[in-house]
Design a protein around this ligand. Structure first.
Ligand code: NAP
Ligand code: F7E
Length: 347
């Protein structure tokens, strides 16, 4: 039985990756933090006796800030594969917590790589790198050759982790890969990322549970994919002959405004826009109600206008293709959030 360690196992990607590996018969060792209330909702369905998967999930308490803990785990498990998904992953919040974001995202990666180097140097390593590395890029679409210009504390910390991964590969011959993943979403996405915030709030407005969506920069454009497609790419990267770095993206660009319009269209509401800049409002064309408003607290000190990926290398060398693109992604997320809002209304 193959063994894998996943840091950040109870996050969006960690939960889909654990599900994928358990389905392939892996023994999965997940690191979870001690929290005052349990935050394991995403992995509960496949943890324990009734999991209904062929592999086995084992959870360990740990933290990317605790070097000894990571070293002990590598010494004890000596896994075949390590997926480093743990991070303070919110770009906006990284401006409020730059030091903490650096400790977890940058130094945490170094701690893990170094523990692997000492205890299991033959293990294969996946680093959760990001399109945020490109910042406001010089060219579009972005490939593995595009220059990095990170413009948030989150992205600068991830740049350090990217290069440490390359460094351990080059210096020690470790099998270490960077997946440069563009935004990917799902019904398991954290509620304060823009896609999930929109689908959840629109579903709740339609169910009469709330009145208005408060939003920041609606002109931002992203290349949004579907998380289960992206964790498949992570696994593929660790099954090759040689370690390498890959861009994973859909190649489609859409704006936050378009996402809002599509989410409302799903519940049968047409949005008309009125006003400009921070005074702009989205109006329900059939009732005249103001259902979208700008709240400047969601503006970032600096934002990325647009990021678009070219995943040709992953297509060619990994045989990877995204199965779900923007229109279907919005439908999948709306289906789940409409169902959740309807059950909340019945409670
Ligand atoms: P997520 O849902 O925010 O999950 C992050 C995970 O990291 C959670 O399990 C969290 O645990 C854990 N974590 C945070 N701080 C930790 C610490 N100090 N020690 C141990 N665990 C810690 O993020 P995601 O969307 O699944 O993303 C997975 C990875 O891919 C992240 O590294 C992210 O930066 C990167 N990435 C994401 C995207 C995307 O669009 N989703 C794109 C590119 C790269 P708690 O539940 O205890 O907080
Ligand atoms: O913002 C704008 C916001 O927070 C997308 C992380 O997974 O992907 C993610 O980072 C855009 C930005 O994702 C709101 O200003 C407007 O321009 O959903 P987001 P992100 O910053 O792109 C990358 C690839 C990662 O690596 C990260 O870990 O939407 N926006 N209004 C808003 N964003 C949020 N969160 N909330 C708003 O109300």
């Amino acid at each position: 039985m193959k063994q894998a360690v996943i840091t950040g196992v109870n996050g969006q990607d960690g939960s889909y990756l654990a599900e994928l590996l358990l389905g392939k018969g892996y023994e999965v060792h997940g690191i979870v933090r001690r929290t005052s209330s349990f935050s394991r909702g995403r992995i509960d369905p496949f943890y324990g006796a009734n999991a209904g998967v062929s592999g086995k999930l084992v959870l360990h308490y740990g933290d990317m800030g605790d070097e000894k803990n990571l070293r002990k785990l590598m010494e004890k498990v000596r896994p075949d594969e390590v997926y480093n998904l743990a991070s303070q992953s919110h770009v906006g919040i990284s401006f409020d917590m730059p030091e903490y974001s650096t400790d977890v995202n940058a130094l945490g990666t170094l701690r893990l790589l170094d523990a692997m180097h000492d205890y299991c140097p033959k293990s294969r390593f996946y680093q959760a790198s990001t399109s945020e590395l490109f910042g406001s890029a010089d060219e579009s679409p972005q490939t593995e050759q595009t220059r990095f210009k990170p413009n948030s504390p989150y992205a600068v910390a991830k740049l350090y982790a990217y290069w440490m991964t390359v460094n351990y590969r080059q210096t020690y011959g470790m099998y270490a890969c960077n997946g440069i993943l563009f935004n990917h979403e799902s019904p398991r996405r954290g509620e304060n990322f823009v896609t999930r915030k929109i689908t959840q709030t629109v579903a709740r407005i339609a169910a009469g549970l709330t009145d208005c969506l408060y939003i920041g920069n609606m002109e931002a454009r992203r290349d949004w994919g579907y998380a289960p497609d992206y964790v498949r790419a992570m696994w593929l990267m660790l099954q090759q002959e040689k370690a390498d770095d890959f861009v994973i993206a859909t190649g489609e660009l859409h704006s936050v405004r378009e996402l809002i319009e599509k989410a409302f269209a799903y519940v049968g509401t047409k949005i008309e826009w009125e006003g400009k800049a921070a005074a702009e409002c989205g109006i329900d064309s059939s009732t005249g109600k103001h259902v979208v408003k700008i709240d400047p607290k969601y503006y970032r000190p600096i934002d990325i206008d647009s990021v678009l990926g070219d995943a040709s290398k992953a297509r060619r060398e990994l045989g990877w293709e995204p199965e779900v693109k923007f229109d279907r992604l919005v439908e999948i997320m709306m289906e789940a959030d409409v169902q959740a809002a309807q059950s909340a209304r019945q409670d």
